[in-house]
Design a protein around this ligand. Structure first.
Ligand code: SD4
Length: 342
């Protein structure tokens, strides 16, 4: 009935959505289309350059290699793939030295009885299954970003109730996404985008979470992220957690999330969205409800979800930042970006 195929993704990751669309339009199944889309994001660093023209270069980081470094300057990958037809899931968390996060997640899903592999062991598995590596995931950008952080503000962002051991620069209060809150007022209107709060660069904390409904009506979701900038090494975010950063169920639809994963993963917002839709809520209400459950407990959190049901109806909700998501469906000539205000 023309409702699908459809591709939905967090943020204006146009090339990723185009890649997934091309695949699903050709007849790929939802799982493979999600892998095509998220891989494009990893390879092209999720349109990083498109954002750079919009937003201060200093904030630009990416999904995939060369993105958000941790406290020690290392870039790692969290990724998830979920098949809403079978409820199979594959995920890798804090994966090192391998750049293909979503493909590693697919290997876990299709070639193991496990759901998630972590750290170096995830990398060893991925390489043993044919992905390339070991590869250094740092880039000159990520190293420069990390060096600047060390020089100017080496106060650890994600530690609490401890005195930092190395204090090497003038302390500036940072929010826990790793960027300076002061950017908010400056960023109030960038290009055509007007926002009531700060337009926090998606690239200071970015994640692709993508949902695809294929021609057969099967639903799949995937995520890929370097996680939070300057995180403690070993930290796993919401990205690889089914029900948190993404969830899919053929009977209902799908959800993708982005934002402060340390908070969001306590609420499984995407599971909540899909279950609310199962109970009869429209996507918009389901999305708003999932976000408000978090905001009631953590009024300062920044995050967003995008929901889509089996009728192809989609909606986003966000808190603490302006959110954008992308859609490509048969009635569109190209990807369309939707902006959601908190
Ligand atoms: C995380 N949720 O690791 C991810 C980061 C993110 O936009 O969504 N950035 O917490």
């Amino acid at each position: 009935s023309g409702k699908y195929p459809i591709v939905v993704s967090t943020w204006p990751f146009l090339e990723a959505v185009r890649a997934a669309w091309e695949a699903v339009d050709k007849g790929f199944n939802a799982v493979d289309a999600v892998v095509e889309g998220c891989s494009a994001c990893e390879e092209l660093r999720c349109d990083g350059t498109a954002f750079n023209s919009l937003i201060d270069m200093n904030l630009a980081v990416t999904v995939g290699p060369g993105g958000s470094p941790d406290e020690n300057g290392e870039t790692t990958i969290d990724a998830l793939l979920m098949n809403g037809a079978t409820m199979e899931v594959g995920a890798v968390a804090s994966m090192r030295y391998v750049k293909d996060g979503i493909k590693a997640a697919r290997l876990v899903m299709q070639h193991t009885k496990h759901t998630m592999l972590v750290g170096e062991r995830a990398s060893i598995f991925a390489i043993s299954m044919g992905l390339s590596g070991p590869t250094n995931l740092s880039s000159s950008e990520s190293m420069e970003k990390w060096t600047r952080w060390k020089e100017n503000n080496c106060q650890p962002n994600f530690r609490k109730n401890v005195v930092p051991v190395d204090s090497c620069g003038p302390y500036q209060p940072k929010d826990n996404l790793g960027h300076n809150k002061g950017i908010c007022s400056e960023a109030n209107s960038i290009g055509a985008i007007e926002s009531r709060t700060c337009l926090v660069s998606p690239h200071s904390h970015d994640t692709i979470s993508m949902a695809v409904i294929d021609k057969m009506g099967h639903v799949a979701v995937g995520t890929s992220t370097n996680g939070a900038t300057f995180k403690i090494s070993g930290r796993v975010g919401d990205g690889p957690i089914a029900g948190s950063a993404a969830y899919a169920d053929d009977e209902i639809g799908a959800c993708g999330a982005t934002g402060d994963g340390d908070i969001m993963m306590r609420f499984l917002p995407c599971y909540q969205v899909v279950e609310s839709m199962r109970q009869g809520m429209e996507p918009e209400l389901a999305a708003k409800d999932a976000i408000s459950r978090i905001a009631r407990k953590f009024p300062d959190f920044m995050g967003a979800v995008v929901a889509i049901n089996k009728d192809g109806v989609h909606a986003g909700a966000c808190h603490g930042w302006t959110f954008q998501y992308s859609v490509r469906s048969p009635d569109m000539d190209d990807v369309k970006v939707f902006t959601v205000l908190p």
